[in-house]
Design a protein. Structure first.
Length: 323
């Protein structure tokens, strides 16, 4: 699949009085044209920092330390502020985690979408209004409500407005950062189904960031699993579901109820994500891993190909491949 975005050796830290928190540590992945890619992990694993780094939206105390983010022929890490102004919204846009906080309560939803169009596109206000109405229809909102204020919408409807805003300048890639957080289960399902529908109809590429692995496996083409700032497994979604190769991935799958398997025992992953100011020298999942070996405490495993387009960072799997 032709990549539309390539992230190579991305490293980002948060500078604190106690030292640098290594939130993203040498992360590499790509997003294909027309692909929905899931970026998964517990809170504190670095997912949102990756998203903010891609568009250079990471604010102090966050700092990009190294790496390359390529969109077409452009390296976004080296791009000037002017170049980034032409890339944000027009080529890559973001659906924020909380539409409640992203929408300005004193402006109508229509005015907020119109403003984003007028800033980035050479169109008249009349054309921007027409485009805004079309976008609202696209995300399932009556276009006549373009003059309504955010407080007149439910949480799910606000999220649809945020999606419409992200689509306002016809971007090639959308980053959805935990966009269903705070919604009830029904609204979560509707928003995820809407994103999948838009991806297919508009040939969009989408990075879907979430901590909910089962939900993401329902719609994504490939899955990237992050843990403690590192990628520990990535593969096609079907392979992740049928043959997860890292203990952390299996733990995430086992920690969620499945109504299709009523006899399945739900088990949590013991422990917590390690302190990233002073992460362990070995595998960062060592202290929580049921399959840990002495070797795991001594060194950090790199990604190993364990199947077609299936990679994992695990000494146990590495040993199996070398047999």
């Amino acid at each position: 699949m032709e990549p539309i975005l390539k992230v190579e050796n991305l490293t980002a830290h948060y500078i604190t009085d106690k030292g640098a928190a290594k939130a993203v540590d040498d992360v590499s992945f790509s997003v294909g044209k027309g692909e929905m890619l899931g970026l998964i992990g517990e809170s504190g694993c670095g997912k949102t920092t990756v998203a903010q780094s891609i568009l250079r939206l990471l604010e102090y105390p966050g700092k990009i330390m190294a790496g390359k983010v390529t969109l077409g022929e452009k390296d976004l890490i080296k791009a000037s502020d002017k170049e980034l102004e032409n890339i944000r919204w027009k080529e890559i846009s973001v659906i924020p985690q909380s539409a409640m906080n992203a929408l300005n309560p004193v402006y109508t939803i229509g005015d907020q979408i119109i403003e984003s169009i007028l800033i980035h596109e050479p169109v008249t206000k009349k054309e921007a209004i027409t485009r805004t109405k079309e976008l609202l229809e696209l995300v399932g909102i009556d276009q006549e409500r373009w003059k309504a204020y955010p407080h007149e919408f439910s949480g799910g409807m606000k999220q649809r407005v945020a999606i419409a805003m992200a689509l306002s300048c016809n971007p090639k890639l959308i980053i959805s950062d935990e966009s269903t957080t705070g919604l009830d289960v029904l609204n979560q399902a509707q928003i995820i189904a809407l994103l999948k529908k838009l991806q297919q109809e508009l040939d969009l590429s989408i990075i879907l960031i979430s901590h909910d692995l089962p939900m993401v496996t329902a719609v994504c083409d490939r899955i990237v699993i992050m843990y403690a700032g590192k990628i520990i497994e990535w593969a096609d979604t079907s392979d992740i579901l049928k043959n997860p190769r890292h203990s952390y991935t299996r733990g995430l799958l086992n920690a969620t109820p499945d109504i299709s398997q009523l006899d399945k025992k739900v088990t949590s992953i013991p422990g917590t994500v390690p302190n990233l100011i002073s992460p362990p020298e070995g595998c960062r999942f060592y202290s929580r891993c049921p399959d840990a070996m002495v070797l795991c405490k001594m060194g950090s495993p790199g990604l190993t190909e364990v199947g077609k387009h299936h990679y994992t960072a695990c000494f146990l799997e590495e040993a199996v491949q070398n047999e």
